[in-house]
Design a protein around this ligand. Structure first.
Ligand SMILES: [Zn+2]
Length: 92
């Protein structure tokens, strides 16, 4: 949305902002990778586990976003849930 606005308003501003974000992210990533590499093996493992946990959280969050309407009350039920949080009916 913001990027689209920037393209339309001023392409030079867009390029500057885009590369600013891109290089900012690249520098941040390299700092994160470097600090992870400078740690000992135990901390490296913990870092990897943290990344895996983040991935799992992302996966769980993306699943929770999918909502199915209840066939009894019309309320939205998360796909991961087996019962309707609104009326308590079992999801078919
Ligand atoms: Zn319901």
């Amino acid at each position: 949305m913001l990027l689209v606005f920037l393209i339309m308003s001023d392409s030079l501003t867009f390029v500057v902002v885009f590369f600013g974000i891109f290089f900012g992210a690249a520098i941040l990533l390299s700092i994160v990778v470097f600090s992870a590499q400078s740690r000992n093996e135990k901390n490296k493992r913990e870092y990897q586990l943290a990344l895996e946990r983040i991935e799992l959280e992302k996966e769980r969050a993306s699943k929770a976003i999918i909502m199915i309407p209840c066939q009894y009350c019309g309320g939205l039920i998360p796909q991961a849930s087996t019962i309707c949080p609104n009326c308590g009916a079992k999801r078919v």
